[in-house]
Design a protein around this ligand. Structure first.
Ligand SMILES: [Zn+2]
Length: 380
């Protein structure tokens, strides 16, 4: 999703120029004796590129490439580059220009339709993209690419039933992405069923989700929501704890919720159990629990005192926050708690998008399961 680094762009452009030259003079023919024989349009196009007039450069290159049927691959390469750089309108022009050729071979026409659909998807023109991807999905050679892209269109339209349908079709041709994506679609549908009050339907969808991928913490979390609604707090606690054990990055979000479900007198025992469990899993896990507890205002909780002191004594940055006083850990923890309240707690490890709430599906790059809790707070 990021722009190509300048050097890569320059290298690719150089490769394209070679491609255009090769197309212009014919592959396998002898290289011309002098570059002085270059087509004048090519030199004009290059001049426009150098003087940063990309649209005029594109006009020239398209005109040049039109004259030669060997340059179709160069067309595709240039179109794909423009799309990746986010210059979607130029990519669309290139692919439409290809499609306008009367003499285009059927396999090139199909390829150009697929590329144009990808341009529309990138431009957010979802209806147009959907129509073209459906058309291209009838071509056996391109079916997997088209269905996978169609799945992404439905994701962006939040049409989870259709996305799940595309996933199943991909499964049939053995091109399905990871099973956890199917489980997420089923969880999205379950969440909608819960909203409608159809808890029976939601439970069935969650069972299906667990059949697709296990362990699957999101399904446990939603099942806990249903248990809570059905006034089964013990079941809700069991399910929530299972979800947190499977996805510890949810601790900051769900710890206060978990504690609300437990009788006040049982809270200390629960926290002690969680601290022992986190400690057995390593320092990273214990630190996560400590930060979640601090963010939840549990600085003074007796069962966590040992864990908080341990984490503070092991971390140089946290040590720097400590000040002299009768209860230094508590005071430092309170300061950190105040900072945490305003900090961005989660980050997508695919695109770097960060925010204060957790997403299963990154709103920026549309990756699944890419969010992680990160360096939770910048220490002053
Ligand atoms: Zn992302």
């Amino acid at each position: 999703m990021t722009d190509l680094p300048l050097l890569t762009w320059a290298l690719v452009l150089a490769a394209l120029v070679v491609g255009i030259l090769a197309g212009h003079f014919g592959w396998g023919k002898r290289w011309p004796g002098s570059l002085g024989k270059l087509h004048p349009d090519y030199l004009t196009g290059l001049d426009y590129l150098v003087t940063e007039q990309p649209d005029r450069a594109l006009d020239m290159f398209l005109k040049l490439m039109d004259a030669n049927a060997d340059t179709i691959e160069t067309h595709f390469a240039l179109g794909s580059l423009y799309r990746r750089r986010g210059e979607v309108e130029r990519a669309i022009r290139i692919h439409q220009n290809l499609l306008a050729r009367a003499a285009l071979a059927p396999e090139h026409r199909e390829q150009a339709l697929l590329a144009l659909a990808q341009d529309y998807l990138r431009a957010g023109l979802l209806d147009r993209a959907e129509g073209l991807f459906q058309q291209v999905s009838e071509v056996p050679r391109l079916r997997a690419s088209a269905l996978d892209a169609l799945r992404l269109v439905y994701e962006q339209q939040r049409d989870w039933q259709q996305a799940f349908g595309a996933f199943r079709q991909l499964e049939r041709i053995k091109s399905a992405p990871l099973q956890n994506i199917a489980a997420h679609y089923l969880c999205e549908l379950a969440a909608l069923a819960i909203e409608r009050g159809d808890t029976q339907g939601a439970r069935r969808l969650l069972r299906d989700a667990r059949a697709e991928a296990a362990p699957f913490p999101r399904a446990a979390l939603l099942r806990a929501q249903i248990a809570e609604h059905d006034r089964q707090p013990e079941l809700a606690v069991r399910l929530l704890r299972r979800a947190l054990a499977e996805a510890p990055e949810l601790l900051q979000e769900e710890l206060p919720h978990l504690l609300e479900l437990v009788e006040p007198r049982a809270r200390d025992a629960l926290l002690a159990q969680m601290a022992a469990q986190a400690e057995s899993r390593g320092a990273g896990e214990l630190k996560r629990l400590v930060f979640a507890a601090i963010a939840a205002g549990l600085v003074g909780a007796e069962p966590l005192r040992g864990a908080i002191e341990k984490i503070f004594s092991q971390d140089a940055a946290l040590q720097a926050v400590l000040r002299a006083g009768p209860a230094p850990y508590e005071r430092a923890a309170q300061e950190i708690g105040a900072l945490l309240a305003h900090a961005e707690k989660y980050r997508c490890n695919e695109c770097g998008f960060s925010g204060r709430i957790f997403y299963w599906h990154c709103p920026a790059c549309h990756s699944w399961d890419s969010f992680e809790a990160y360096a939770q707070v910048k220490l002053r």
